[in-house]
Design a protein around this ligand. Structure first.
Ligand code: 5GP
Ligand code: ZN
Length: 113
């Protein structure tokens, strides 16, 4: 999709430090980390909401979650981790391309905002 930041990372139109890639998705560090480790997992296919997914997209997202959980060392998942998907304005979604936040490397609290 034109003018989508994360599509541009996927297509290499813009540079970011991609630390993992397969046919389904890429992973890179978040530019403004909210935890000691903060990565973003971005499907190669553009869609904004989980509710936009086709059956095939949902299988892709399932594979992405499984793969993330296996990248223990790379993502620092040894002692636990948190996955977050912001959807829409109330959640603070700022990039309109589905992405999974991967937070790890520290104890995390639970605050709604
Ligand atoms: P959202 O708020 O949509 O759930 O998450 C978007 C995330 O993308 C934010 O955590 C923000 O820091 C990150 N982000 C925005 N622009 C860039 C960028 O140019 N490079 C990287 N690596 N992360 C970005
Ligand atoms: Zn996109």
């Amino acid at each position: 999709m034109q003018d989508c930041l994360f599509c541009k990372f996927v297509n290499r139109e813009l540079n970011t430090d991609i630390i993992f890639e397969n046919d389904d998705f890429i992973i890179f560090k978040d530019i403004a980390p909210k935890a000691k480790n903060h990565f973003l997992a971005v499907p190669k296919k553009h869609f904004k909401y989980l509710s936009d997914m086709t059956e095939e997209d949902s299988a892709t997202v399932g594979r992405i979650l499984m793969k993330i959980s296996s990248l223990t060392k790379l993502l620092g998942l040894e002692k636990g981790y948190r996955l977050v998907i912001n959807q829409g304005d109330d959640a603070g979604q700022t990039v309109p391309h589905l992405h999974i936040h991967i937070l790890s490397g520290q104890k995390m609290g639970w605050e709604p905002a």
